[in-house]
Write a protein that binds this ligand. Structure first.
Ligand code: FAD
Length: 408
């Protein structure tokens, strides 16, 4: 079932920051999401990773209308926008409004894998980034390991590439790698001696093995799995950017962009839960009047509307600073990620409460009806965890307040 509540943001949010180009991308992605994502959103959200698999039909439909071209320059087949990060963030919000999974697949494909490749050599970009922009290959990005994620220091990362006379040999084990069961390539963080480097690894190479898809609480259309690398043979041409030792910088700058995307996804989910809640509270009658007639709900929704306003403004500011050439737009990127993802969890919990029993239902036995807020409740939680947990975001913000000397 597709839910199309009135878009409250059209009345409540006055877009004064985003340039016309980004507004136009938002408008077109909204139409695409309504047509290509919304009809499949409930099935994706309620699916099982191992039996339902990757939402290929939606991925291909988004490719066919050029959605993966938005973040990239024209030299690699992208749209060549002046404000690519701002437009990309708006696009993610619009996708997440219907499906957190689809927004996450886009985020990993374009913002993580794609923007990591943007730090590659011209040859690497021509070889892989064109295909990312076309959507003819799915991208993945791997920093996390069973014992390393928040801490990506060379001491924590165990995946290792060793230089031999015949090139590099990669061994290691990555965990939670989104898109990996269907990916054509993965950008991998590995130790090279005392430092870290990123390698672009073709998933078809001998020695690359993807495990079973993880079964998760939410975001079930975002497939994750372990990847094991056993004596995978690579060359200098596979080192991201062509020189070893820059892996941590590449990974962290990619994840900074990622924060903005995850913040935008949080706003998309919060806005969807908000719109559904407003519609439900206005039409559901209890004690002879709409539930919305109770000041409790009026005040709660007033608070959430204010927070959505703040969250969208924060991620837009962070993206505009990125587009202006600041590779580390802090504290806004960390603030946006922490604030927007917490908001989406809070708003989703409020939505479940506002819908009463229906909020808790995946499907009613009597008529098959369901409420989509149950899926938002499950999906929203991951935003507080991945691409740098919210504790790590607060650490980043605290560094801006007190400095590294005190915070570390
Ligand atoms: C659905 C999903 C998709 C993912 N996709 C990818 C992907 O595509 N590629 C990839 O590389 N990884 C991916 N990840 C991994 C994800 O980024 C990590 O799970 C996340 O960074 C947290 O790391 P961790 O799970 O190892 O938790 P840990 O690092 O073990 O942290 C555990 C807890 O300790 C807290 N903590 C850690 N350090 C501090 C501190 N200094 N102060 C206070 N608290 C602290 C954390 O905030 C957290 O609450 C994905 C994970 C999931 C669940």
């Amino acid at each position: 079932m597709t839910f199309t509540p009135a878009r409250q943001s059209d009345r409540l949010y006055h877009e004064l920051l985003a340039p016309e180009e980004a507004r136009s991308v938002r408008a077109s992605v909204r139409l695409i999401a309504e047509r290509e994502v919304a009809p499949h959103a409930a099935v994706i959200a309620g699916g099982d990773e191992r039996t339902d698999g990757f939402p290929r039909r939606v991925f291909d439909a988004l490719a066919s209308v050029g959605v993966y071209r938005i973040p990239f320059p024209s030299e690699v087949g992208g749209d060549g926008l002046t404000y690519p990060a701002t437009a990309t963030a708006a696009a993610i919000e619009e996708l997440a409004y219907y499906s957190s999974s689809v927004a996450a697949v886009f985020d990993v494909h374009c913002i993580l894998a794609g923007n990591a490749l943007r730090q590659g050599t011209d040859e690497q970009q021509q070889r892989w980034l064109r295909k990312v922009a076309e959507g003819s290959v799915v991208g993945a990005f791997a920093t996390t390991e069973p014992d390393a994620s928040s801490d990506l220091s060379p001491q924590a990362v165990q995946t290792e590439a060793v230089r031999t006379e015949a090139g590099w040999v990669l061994n290691g084990h990555k965990r939670w790698i989104s898109n990996s069961p269907v990916a054509g390539f993965v950008v991998v963080l590995a130790r090279t001696g005392e430092r870290l480097s990123m390698f672009i690894v073709d998933m078809a190479l001998p020695g690359v093995e993807v495990g079973l898809a993880d079964r998760k609480m939410g975001n079930r259309g975002q497939l994750t799995a372990d990847i094991r690398f056993t004596n995978v043979r690579l060359s200098d041409d596979d080192i991201l950017g062509g020189a070893e030792g820059h892996g941590l910088r590449h990974a962290l700058s990619t994840l900074t962009y990622g924060r903005i995307g995850i913040a935008a996804a949080g706003v998309g989910m919060a806005q969807a839960a908000f719109d559904l809640t407003v519609a439900h509270l206005s039409t559901r009658h209890v004690f002879g009047r709409p539930v919305a007639a109770n000041q409790h709900w009026q005040f709660l929704l007033a608070e959430r509307a204010t927070e959505i306003e703040n969250a969208r403004t924060l991620y837009t500011k962070a993206a505009l600073r990125l587009d202006a050439g600041n590779p580390s737009p802090e504290p806004e990127a960390a603030m946006a990620k922490y604030y927007a993802t917490k908001l989406s969890v809070d708003m989703a919990r409020d939505a479940v409460q506002a819908f009463g029993g229906l909020g808790f239902a995946r499907q009613l036995g009597s008529d098959g009806s369901s409420s989509p807020v149950e899926a938002i409740y499950r999906d929203s939680k991951i935003g507080e965890i991945y691409e740098g947990t919210n504790e790590i975001q607060k650490w980043v913000i605290a560094r801006q307040i007190f400095g590294r000397g005190i915070v570390g």
